[in-house]
Design a protein around this ligand. Structure first.
Ligand SMILES: [Zn+2]
Length: 425
C-alpha cells in the first residue's frame, strides 16, 4: 500500500480499532466492533459519493425523471428503516453493468443496466431496501479494513470491457470509494441485508415476494454465468440458494402480498427502454474496439450517436477510437463534445486533456487535467501535468505534480520518479 491517503486512513483505522469498544449494530441490535464513528461514516460517504459515481460511469443525466423516481422509492424504504436519520441519497449510474452499491452513511446508487432488468416497483424496492441495510447496518464500514488491503493495480490504457478504464490509476479517497463499491459482501452480510430489506418492504407496503422472485432469478442467471451480472451485481452481492430459501421462509412468515407497481414502473422506465438500442450499440462498439476491430466499432458508435445525440459517453468512446486510429483532431472534437455535454465528468476531461497534450495544446491539456483531478484524482493526470509544467518552465509546479504521481503504484509512479530525479540533479 504505497498510496499515502490510504496509508493515513489505514493508520487511522488501526488507531480507531485500538480505541474501539463494542457498539450495537443499529439494524440487528447485536453487538459489533465499531471502527468508525457514525459522524465519520456519514462524512466519508458524502465525500466519496460523487467520485464513486464517476468511477462507475457517472450520472444517467439523460433521464432525470428516472433518478427522481428511484429516489422516491428509496426514500419510502429509508423512512421505515432502522436508521431513518441517515442522509440517504439515491442516483442512477450510466452503466450497462447490472449493479447497485451503497457507501457508508446511506449514499446509494443503481446502474441503468440493473434497472432495465427489473419488472416492477416492488423489485426495485427489494434492490434499494437491500442496499439501505448494507449502509444502515454499517456493512461497508466493517469491510473497510479488508478493502484497504487491496492495492490498486495497473490499468491498461487500451480498451477494456468496462467503464472502469482508469480503475488502477485512481488516487486517494476516490480509490477507496471505488473499492467499497466493487468489493464483495460476505454471505452473512447478504443474508442480513435480504432479511431486513424484506421487512422494510413489508413495512412500506410492497409485496415482499418480489425480493424472493428476484433472488431466484439472480440465482438462475448466476448458474448460467450470465455476463455483465458476473462482473456486476453477482461479484459484489453473490446470490445463493440459501438466500432464496431463507427469504422465502421469512416471506411465508410475515405474509406475501402488497403493492407491485408494474404500470408505474413501466411508465417510468419507458424512456430508458426506448433508448436501449442506442446503449446496446455503444456496448457493442466497446466490445469490437477491445477486439481491435476499430472500423466495426466506429460503425456501431456512429449508430449509437444517431440514436441518441445528447449522450456524452458515445462521443467519448468515438474519440478514443479516433485516437487509436491516429486521428487526434477528430478525437479532440469528440472529447470537446463529451465535455460540453457533461462538464463535471472526470473521464471525459481526462481523455480530452491527454489528447490535447498529444496535439501540443498545453493550456487546453492543463485545464482539462486539472478539472479531472478536482473531481477524481488520477496518477496519470498528475504525471502529465508535471510534463506540461516542465514544458512551460515551471520547475516547482513540476516537482509538486511528479511527487504526487510518484506516490501512486506501478509504471506511472516509476516514470514520475525518473522525471523527479532528472529535475533534481
Ligand atoms: Zn448485498
Amino acid at each position: 500500500m504505497k498510496n499515502p491517503a490510504l496509508l493515513r486512513l489505514s493508520a487511522f483505522l488501526t488507531l480507531a480499532f485500538a480505541l474501539a469498544g463494542c457498539s450495537v449494530n443499529p439494524v440487528t441490535g447485536e453487538k459489533q466492533l465499531s471502527l468508525i464513528s457514525p459522524s465519520d461514516e456519514v462524512a466519508m460517504g458524502a465525500e466519496q459519493y460523487t467520485p464513486t459515481q464517476q468511477t462507475q460511469g457517472g450520472q444517467f443525466y439523460i433521464d432525470p425523471e428516472l433518478t427522481l423516481y428511484v429516489r422516491e422509492v428509496g426514500q419510502k424504504l429509508a423512512r421505515v428503516s432502522d436508521r431513518p436519520d441517515l442522509p440517504y441519497e439515491f442516483v442512477v449510474i450510466n452503466s450497462s453493468v447490472p449493479n447497485a452499491w451503497a457507501l457508508p452513511g446511506g449514499k446509494i446508487a443503481i446502474n441503468r443496466g440493473l434497472l432495465a432488468k427489473l419488472d416492477d416497483e416492488a423489485q426495485l424496492a427489494s434492490v434499494l431496501g437491500h442496499e439501505i441495510v448494507h449502509a444502515a447496518a454499517r456493512h461497508s464500514v466493517q469491510r473497510m479494513t479488508q478493502t484497504m488491503l487491496i492495492s490498486a493495480g495497473v490499468a491498461g490504457l487500451g480498451f477494456v470491457l468496462s467503464d472502469n478504464e482508469w480503475a488502477g490509476l485512481l488516487m486517494g479517497g476516490a480509490a477507496m470509494g471505488a473499492q467499497l463499491a466493487l468489493a464483495q459482501y460476505s454471505q452473512d452480510d447478504e443474508l442480513e441485508s435480504d432479511h431486513y430489506g424484506i421487512l422494510y418492504m413489508k413495512e412500506a407496503g410492497y409485496d415482499p415476494m418480489a425480493a424472493v422472485e428476484l433472488q431466484q432469478l439472480f440465482l438462475e442467471l448466476s448458474k448460467e454465468r450470465s455476463t455483465g451480472f458476473l462482473q456486476g451485481l453477482f461479484a459484489t452481492h453473490p446470490p445463493s440458494a440459501k438466500r432464496v430459501e431463507e427469504n422465502r421462509e421469512l416471506v411465508n412468515r410475515i405474509g406475501a402480498g402488497g403493492y407491485r407497481g408494474e404500470e408505474v414502473f413501466e411508465r417510468k422506465l419507458a424512456t430508458l427502454r426506448q433508448l436501449q438500442p442506442a446503449y446496446d450499440a455503444h456496448d457493442k462498439a466497446l466490445e469490437l474496439a477491445s477486439e481491435d476491430n476499430l472500423a466495426g466499432a466506429l460503425e456501431k458508435v456512429n449508430e449509437a450517436i444517431r440514436l441518441l445525440p445528447r449522450e456524452a459517453m458515445f462521443y467519448s468512446l468515438r474519440g478514443r477510437i479516433y485516437q487509436e486510429q491516429g486521428n487526434l483532431k477528430k478525437a479532440s472534437e469528440d472529447f470537446d463534445k463529451a465535455v460540453s455535454l457533461y462538464p463535471e465528468m472526470f473521464t471525459y476531461r481526462l481523455h480530452n486533456g491527454l489528447n490535447a497534450l498529444k496535439l501540443n495544446n498545453l493550456d487546453e491539456a492543463r485545464e482539462n487535467l486539472t478539472r479531472a483531478n478536482q473531481v477524481v484524482p488520477t496518477s496519470i493526470a498528475y504525471l502529465r501535468l508535471g510534463d506540461i509544467a516542465v514544458q512551460q518552465g515551471d520547475r516547482n509546479e513540476a516537482l509538486a505534480y511528479y511527487s504526487t504521481a510518484a506516490e501512486a503504484g506501478g509504471e506511472i509512479a516509476e516514470e514520475a520518479k525518473r522525471k523527479l530525479a532528472a529535475l533534481t540533479q
